[in-house]
Design a protein around this ligand. Structure first.
Ligand SMILES: Cc1ncc(CO)c(N)n1
Length: 224
């Protein structure tokens, strides 16, 4: 069993909470309110930009050129494909690009992106990969699960969101990232393995918190 599978089983209770959160099941059956989904899309726009900054550190830190290329592909897919899709989805939901650009990170988005970026700055390429793995792999599982349960008939826009995360290109990138974590772990010492595990577990917690913050439409205590 590779290291990524070990991480996945250690994080199983968190991933289970994610996949059964009312926000996620509400996308699946179309019952989620549009207001909550709009809030989520705006926060996710902010998240994806910072996510790309973390991946960029993977390009810099990966020891071999082939892996640098894969980190670069992951940035390209996220920054160009996923973001373009995101902006076009948002337009369909009545959110303008100006609104996206003006979105301020919520406390949870702020904390999650700081965790990713700090870890990516301070850690090895293995830690960069481990801190972003719950994002790619987690969304793959959610995309596959919701797709398998059937698209919501009453909410075709949520159906498009599900299809995007069920896409083979998205799955392929998550598979490469898992493979990279597995290979990196083979030569890593105990301290680095512990740091990779910590990075993965904390990101898994924040993935759950991100859905929950969107469900609550979380804001800062004092509006400014
Ligand atoms: C919060 C979050 N995690 C992961 C992904 C997948 O890219 C995303 N779009 N948003």
């Amino acid at each position: 069993m590779g290291f990524s599978n070990e991480l996945r089983s250690r994080a199983a209770p968190i991933w289970e909470r994610e996949q059964t959160h009312s926000f996620v099941t509400g996308i699946g059956d179309g019952s989620l309110s549009l207001d909550k989904f709009r809030y989520y899309m705006r926060q996710d726009y902010v998240f994806l930009i910072e996510f790309c900054r973390a991946i960029a550190l993977g390009v810099t830190k990966a020891p071999h050129m082939t892996d640098m290329g894969w980190f670069a592909t992951l940035i390209h897919e996220t920054l160009n494909s996923e973001m373009a899709l995101h902006v076009s989805f948002c337009a369909d939901f009545g959110i303008t690009e100006e609104e996206l650009l003006a979105t301020e990170p919520s406390p949870t988005t702020w904390a999650y992106t700081r965790h990713m970026i700090n870890t990516a700055h301070q850690g090895s390429a293995g830690e960069v990969a481990s801190v972003i793995l719950p994002c790619s792999w987690g969304y793959c599982e959610i995309g596959q699960k919701l797709y398998g349960e059937g698209l919501p008939a009453n909410q075709p826009l949520y159906g498009r969101w599900i299809e995007a995360y069920n896409a083979p290109e998205f799955q392929q990138l998550a598979d490469w990232l898992r493979g990279f974590v597995d290979r990196h772990a083979e030569t890593a010492g105990p301290a680095e393995l512990a740091a990779m595990e910590r990075a993965f577990m904390v990101s898994s917690q924040y993935e759950y918190m991100f859905w929950d913050a969107a469900w609550r439409m979380e804001g800062w205590p004092v509006g400014i």
